[in-house]
Design a protein around this ligand. Structure first.
Ligand SMILES: [Zn+2]
Length: 810
């Protein structure tokens, strides 16, 4: 870098556009068009101005609705004056989507820009997202980005070794990162551009390196103004060291600098966003999980049943999901009406994924030979996951309301499987819900029968669940004791060791006066009012499990927890929570006092060790804790917000701020407001403890809870395959297998895996072996050439480079 280059201020004309926030998406769509028109006017007025714009979704709107404008944009992209940045589908929340969702942001976004503009977009760019996990350099490098521009956390929230730095992931991948100073926009509320420019010149003088200065009206779109451009032109004419520029030009100028390394996550800002809007978080997880299940099943059906893979439909569904992972949508900070829009859209994704999943399962079922016992209720069980499954399986095989026959469950070899009757979901004569232990390898099927047999049991005629004064419940695997407040006074595994150091699953109502984002702090506190016990019922008491239902209440709210205690202590304890929440500006903590010395959380693309100082932190599907000689995991299906202090993990189950309320606007006593998360919601937690509970165990439990085994009647009359088998042979002991899909181009399949233990691992696929570096992600192509290493955009990696993250290699 020459002295001139080091003194240069890169003026970044942009217009941050939230397609949803304090407006619904229809207004965002209009503003996308208005903003790009305004930017186009500025480009046509003079020769110097350069405009930067990201997010494929915005371009797709314009392509569809304003084709002339789209052509003009293509013209200026070719001229180098309209610069596509970011390359993702949208600027998502970066803590709550799965790692696979992050990769799809890049996969579908970058494929769009390649197809429509013939360009690769190497500039990672999420200028408004509220925090960025430490795995992002790896995910960015894996999907063809070499730099990252962000703004939050700001300097008062996180000390960095410089405003330009090499951001490094645990696997060693690096990107050059830049933190925006001040704000990503200029508007009436922000610092005027002349002062902002002067401020940046002072920063250049202090730091001795170039900066980017962002200008242009934003949030509700807008674009740079004529006054902005005139100000910059005036300074250029006066010989000041600034230029119209863009992030790509800036990063090319600084790429050879000797920048300090930062190897942690970029957190924490707006910690209330991890728990706001339970419904959107739940639907997001369900949509992600079902899409993964549907893609895996459709891939197996394409390979083994010869049916077409619905690639275009999957891309359509992913695009809708990715749009709804936008930072103010999934962060829960949009209008109530916008949240309702998202619920509808995510419902559509879930339905679309279920249609594809059902079709794939039926095609696969057709390849399996008919049952030799057509008189029995046959259950075809399908594991669509890359992890093995071991769980208590619930099913309601149709028995034509036969209430008189005794029945047994038998496996493929006719051997009896222990089972018990459970509470059927319908309250009508003759429905028979059963539960039985089940183990399945990855990507496999089994066929069990619910057969009439005199040695069996008849379904109980009466309703389940008598109230009881008992407070101690025991199976061969677990012993549960409930305290006078309804918390778990004691929970012991088969080894006799207490899982909790003090009462667990304890509800705490914490006053939360913060705004929707949770602005103003990093912690919500862990103290507050408890709940009182109303009732205990023994719901089930059979050969494979006991189910104990605990009803607690506080103020206007009620929490019913069904504790599932398996007979086999290898299975996790399940806590099925049904919450009726009526509190306002109050959050519900659930406390799990593991006596933990260390905590780690699943994050997009891996896991992160987290402080235990009471700070609110985001986590995906699992939290794992360690204490001397003991480990435990807490797995969830829809929650993202946690804190830990004094050995206790706190799950933030629900927050109830005012919708779209931003400090410093006060919440006035007696005024009319709509509060979030009022009413009923359900969620399940799985709990497993022992001398060693590995990350692979955590990932396996998380997969089985979030992507449950499918059970369906076997009605095939034509297949030849055995009643049990696997569609893909997989050995992935140290790895999480997240995704199986067909490649975007060509006829091969794609398998995505992550190293879990930080030691590197080998993954065996149908006899071939691929190596995964420590902490790394690997995208494997399964084709006629065997197993090959790809990047996240499904491009072949050179054989010599299966470590795509090193600087300058890709
Ligand atoms: Zn934004």
């Amino acid at each position: 870098m020459t002295d001139d280059q080091a003194r240069t201020l890169h003026m970044i004309g942009n217009a941050h556009l939230d397609p949803v926030w304090l407006w619904r998406w229809q207004e965002g769509c209009a503003e996308a068009i208005g903003t790009c028109r305004a930017a186009m006017d500025r480009l046509e007025e003079g020769a110097g101005f350069v405009f930067s714009k990201g997010e494929a979704h915005i371009y797709a709107w314009i392509e569809e609705l304003e084709p002339d404008l789209f052509e003009q944009i293509r013209h200026y992209v070719r001229q180098g004056r309209w610069v596509v940045v970011n390359g993702w589908w949208i600027q998502p929340d970066c803590n709550i989507p799965s790692g696979e969702s992050v990769i799809r942001q890049a996969l579908y976004g970058k494929r769009y820009f390649r197809e429509k503009f013939g360009i690769d977009v190497p500039t990672g760019y999420n200028v408004d997202s509220f925090g960025h996990p430490g795995t992002f350099p790896m995910l960015l490098r894996h999907t063809g980005s070499t730099s990252y521009t962000f703004m939050r956390p700001n300097a008062s929230e996180l000390d960095l070794p410089g405003e330009i730095f090499r951001w490094r992931s645990p696997d060693g991948s690096e990107v050059t990162a830049f933190r925006i100073q001040g704000a990503y926009n200029t508007s009436k509320r922000e610092m005027p551009l002349p002062e902002k420019t002067d401020l940046h010149f002072r920063k250049i003088a202090e730091a001795g390196h170039p900066f980017m200065c962002f200008y242009g009206v934003g949030n509700h779109g807008g674009a740079p103004t004529q006054a902005n451009i005139a100000e910059i032109e005036r300074r250029i004419a006066a010989g000041e060291a600034l230029r119209f520029s863009d992030p790509q030009t800036f990063f090319e100028a600084v790429q050879d600098g000797d920048w300090p390394v930062f190897d942690d996550e970029l957190q924490f800002h707006a910690v209330g966003c991890y728990a706001a809007a339970s419904s959107l978080k739940t639907l997001n997880r369900k949509a992600e999980s079902l899409l993964e299940q549907a893609e895996a099943a459709a891939t197996l059906a394409a390979r083994h049943a010869g049916v077409a893979y619905p690639r275009a439909e999957f891309e359509r569904l992913w695009r809708i999901l990715l749009f709804n992972q936008f930072h103010d949508t999934l962060g829960g900070t949009s209008l109530e009406s916008a949240c309702v829009d998202s619920e509808r859209e995510l419902g559509g994704v879930i339905h679309g994924a279920e249609l594809a999943l059902n079709a794939a399962v039926r095609h696969l079922a057709r390849t399996i030979a008919p049952s030799g016992h057509p008189e029995d209720a046959t259950m075809l069980l399908v594991n669509t996951n890359g992890q093995p499954a071991a769980c208590l399986m619930e099913a309601e095989p149709w028995v034509d309301k036969d209430i008189v026959s005794k029945r047994i469950v038998v496996d493929e070899d006719g051997r009896p499987v222990p089972f018990q009757y459970a509470d059927p979901h319908g309250k009508t004569t003759g429905l028979q819900r059963i539960v039985f232990p089940l183990e399945m390898p990855p990507y496999s099927w089994r066929m069990l029968r619910f057969a009439v047999d005199d040695s069996g049991e008849r379904a109980p005629p009466v309703a389940f669940g008598a109230p009881t004064e008992a407070r101690v419940f025991e199976t061969a695997g677990y012993r549960l004791e409930i305290d006078r407040d309804g918390a778990i006074a004691s929970l012991r595994g088969a080894d006799g060791r207490e899982i909790f150091a003090s009462p667990g699953h304890r509800a705490i109502l914490v006053h939360d006066p913060t705004d929707t984002w949770g602005h103003g702090g990093k912690s919500f506190g862990t103290e507050g009012e408890g709940m009182r016990l109303e009732q205990v019922r023994l719901i089930e008491d059979g050969r494979v499990r006991k189910v104990v239902e605990i009803t607690c209440a506080a103020r206007e709210s009620r929490m019913v927890t069904s504790v599932v205690l398996p007979e086999d202590g290898e299975f996790p304890v399940e806590l099925r929570v049904h919450l009726d929440w009526r509190e306002r500006r109050t959050l519900l903590r659930l406390a799990y006092p593991f006596g933990a010395e260390a905590m780690e959380c699943e994050v997009p693309g891996g896991w992160a060790a987290r402080r235990m100082d009471g700070s609110e932190v985001p986590a995906l599907r699992w939290v794992r804790v360690r204490t001397a000689g003991h480990e435990a995991v807490l797995v969830n299906e829809s929650k993202y917000s946690f804190a830990a202090r004094d050995g206790t993990v706190f799950l933030t189950a629900v927050r109830a701020p005012v919708y779209a309320h931003h400090d410093p606007i006060p919440v006035v006593e007696g005024a009319r407001y709509r509060f979030m998360d009022q009413g009923e919601q359900s969620f399940s937690l799985w709990l497993k403890a022992g001398s060693h509970v590995s990350r692979k165990d955590a990932a396996t439990l998380a997969d089985t809870l979030n992507k449950p085994i499918i059970v369906t009647p076997h009605v095939s009359r034509s297949g030849t395959a055995a009643p049990t088998g696997g569609w893909l042979t997989l050995a992935a002991e140290g790895a999480q297998v997240s995704t199986l899909k067909m490649a975007e181009d060509g006829g091969g399949a794609v398998l995505r895996v992550w190293d879990l233990d930080g030691t590197g691992c080998e993954v065996g696929v149908d006899g071939a072996v691929a190596t995964v570096r420590p902490h790394a992600i690997a995208t494997l192509g399964l084709g006629e050439a065997g197993v090959t290493h790809l990047d996240g955009l499904e491009r072949a990696l050179p054989q010599a480079d299966q470590a795509p993250g090193r600087p300058g290699v890709l």
